[in-house]
Design a protein. Sequence first.
Length: 484
Amino acid sequence: MSVRVIVTMMLAGLLLGLPAFSVAQDTNESVVVHVVQRGETMYRIAQNYNVTVEAIASFNSIADPTNIQVGQRLLIPTNGETRSEVPATHVVQAGETLKSIATLYGLTVDELANRNSITNIDRIFVGQVLNIRASSPATPSPIPTVESTVTGETSGDAPSLIYTVQGGDTLFRIATRYGLTVNDLVRANNVTDPTVIYLGQQLIIPGVKPLQSALDLPPNVSNIVVTPTMFVEGQTGEIRLTTAVPMTVNGTFLARNLSVASDQSRTLDIILVGIPVFTDAGVYPLALSLTDGAGQVTPLDLNIQVLAGGYGRESITLSSNLADLVDPNLEASELQKMQAITSNFTPSRYFDGPLSLPAAASISSPFGRKRSYDGGPYDHFHAGTDFAAAPGSSVMAAAPGYVVFADKLNVRGNVTIIDHGWGIYTVYCHQATQYVKVGDFVNTGTVIGTVGATGRVTGPHLHWEVWVNGVQVDPMQWVQQSFS
Ligand SMILES: [Zn+2]
């Protein structure tokens, strides 16, 4: 079967100078990407697209059609009805307003608001999927949500095109099509094995800008990119703001002050945002204020959606001699101490690229699981990643930085905390011995201590935490992704 993703529609316009046959084929079949929304079932999605549940299931290799997740991307094989000059949908980018999007598509704000049942035009949020076309009278059901092929890029200053891998594609072939190298794609997508790509995989095409964007930014603001477009509880998000003149940037999100890193020219500001676990899913305002050299203040407000992390749950039984360590006061005071240390913002950046693993061992417990201790409520969560490292084996620094804490705490046992700059800290817990002291500068891989079982543990292991401006986040995201 020869299929084309909706992306090819956009490519023809984008890739001026390239032969048309490399980007489009005559076919009346196409595939669209559908992002599962809250409350949707496979049956309803299939109905909306006028296809069968079986067709979607087999196209996406889904064994159990009753088990789909909110946010999951489904490839929908359609008969081409969704093809049109005007895209069915628009994904809201940071810096766009309902007015600028309406103008882009030749609509009035009221028309666009009506088509999306929007009552408050200031409440649109980054990543929101807007219906652009009016419902056809022949199909009374709402136009299905079709995700456009636009998304934020992990680095750089413009959103990039997303390409969905087709049958017969290789990274080399895709790279050639866009005038890129395989390495460009590998870097942009954190591909570990360039020979392994799969049907339906979505690849960021770095440097290729999407057609549709309707930025409506204040004067002197050149660009703002939010990555990912939807934040996730327990994960790290990034905001990159480019200004025409040097600006001092301040901001708040989730009732916390944001820490802002600037380059030397002060025209590129990078804000790393840790989303606390237990943040309720929803849309939250992110308020920035930009002050120029003359003291003129420009506000820049965004709405950001936060999704649930889906980390699961676990119940932990502690031996009786450790049970008193689940004392809430004791936990709170230790947490307060950690927060005080990790809320210090060092304007320099010592880390470069992704973090290294702190131990040569497999992961025994991932970050984020909601926890109950000894039958209590699930009001705790696993705030780090556990490594099943042998007692006495090496604990290694995950990135360069300064040791800012090396002491014993009740819950975490012997703890070393390293400041990597830009508000990023790594924390190494339950160590048997500690080799470094406060003030030492360590490099990636420096052995800072040995694995042990000090503090609140059920056995020897390394519990490793990453803090972003005073918030505990998923360390493995920092191993897989570069924030520098
Ligand atoms: Zn742990």
